[in-house]
Design a protein around this ligand. Structure first.
Ligand code: ADP
Ligand code: NA
Length: 332
């Protein structure tokens, strides 16, 4: 009954990383280019679950938009907008706060990771964020959400919320959305500490590749990436117990639109002294044009704002009637 539609979002909470590019943006562009009805968002309301400097938030919002556009999101084909400009997100988020159970939220591993031992000191928003994320997705009756592995549990929660809403009100109003977690780079790891994923908000800049890093920086970061001393194995199985090697091979595979298996076949037995520079060259080749276009766009913030404002108008055309119907169902 639900027409296929993709929704996904990125937080403007710092500079975009190679993880965001390979795990999210690059795949969004492929989805759009395959002709799928697509809605992509800069999720600023999610960013403020942790304090953000207001000027920096505005800058990061435009940078995420520029990252989408420079990578190939076409605002005529896909809908591209900023979350807070479509107030329906916050409104449906509140309704979902009344559908989701405290016990469900208590099981969210990302909150536990982010909060660490300081759960009591976190914002209520950070705790409730998966419920707002469910609203982001279900406002567009999205059937599929391409995300990195870190977001799988939140998309599953979205299904639970949709199912409970439909059940509690005896309707078939919201779809049971599927996460789409595909490709060789759905969990790009930190270059210095292989136990953590590469993240915008990581502590040291050497741990991550930023989409806007220049060629020298990218080369230096890959050269200094932690690895074990052994050369690349002859087969994929040889990567099983080697997280750092697996990470770099996965990045290479994703950047070259290939598979880890193919990369291993092409580089079997190569030492890091050869593989790391090849990886750095490939990353520079793919990222440099995108970074240049991002810089060009960031010099004209008014143009980015115009694109986002028009995207918000288009988003509202879908979101407003879905919210109106939701209010009717609930009796509001
Ligand atoms: P971050 O964790 O860098 O702040 P977001 O939470 O805004 O990024 O996530 C935006 C998208 O990028 C999500 O789909 C998320 O799964 C994906 N993503 C983030 N980090 C990675 C990573 N290291 N590897 C693969 N995908 C990632
Ligand atoms: Na994340």
């Amino acid at each position: 009954r639900f027409t296929p539609r993709v929704f996904s979002g990125i937080k403007p909470s710092g500079g975009l990383t190679l993880g965001n590019y390979l795990g999210a943006i690059k795949r969004f562009v492929e989805t759009q280019n395959a002709g799928t009805d697509s809605v992509f968002c800069v999720v600023d309301l999610h960013a403020i679950t942790v304090w953000q400097d207001p000027d920096e938030l505005a800058r990061a919002t435009r940078e995420v938009a520029a990252g989408y556009l420079a990578s190939g999101i076409d605002p005529e084909r896909a809908i591209l907008f900023n979350q807070s400009q479509v107030h329906e997100h916050a409104e449906l988020g509140w309704i979902f706060n009344c559908v989701a159970r405290v016990g469900w939220m208590n099981r969210m591993t990302q909150f536990k990771e982010k909060a660490g031992k300081n759960a009591e000191k976190q914002s209520l928003g950070l705790y409730a964020y998966p419920s707002l994320m469910a609203a982001d997705i279900l406002l567009y009756l999205a059937t599929h959400v391409p995300v990195g592995e870190d977001q799988k549990q939140h998309v599953e929660l979205t299904r639970d919320i949709a199912a409970k809403f439909n059940h509690d009100y005896g309707v078939d109003h919201f779809p049971l959305t599927e996460p789409v977690i595909e490709g060789p780079a759905t969990r790009v790891m930190n270059l210095r500490d292989g136990s953590r994923k590469m993240s915008k908000s990581g502590e040291s800049d050497m741990e991550r590749i930023n989409m806007t890093d220049d060629a020298d920086t990218i080369s230096k970061k890959f050269r200094k990436a932690r690895t074990d001393p052994a050369p690349l194995p002859e087969t994929l199985e040889g990567l099983a117990e080697r997280p750092e090697a697996r990470n770099l091979v996965g990045i290479y595979a994703a950047l070259s639109d290939s598979t880890a298996e193919q990369v291993i076949a092409d580089h079997a037995g190569a030492g890091w002294g050869a593989f790391k520079p090849a990886l750095a060259d490939l990353a520079v080749e793919k990222l440099a044009p995108i970074a240049a276009e991002m810089r060009r766009m960031m010099d004209d913030p008014a143009e980015i704002d115009r694109i986002l404002a028009r995207g918000a108008d288009r988003a509202r055309e879908i979101a407003a009637p879905v919210l109106t119907r939701t209010y009717e169902i609930v009796g509001l």
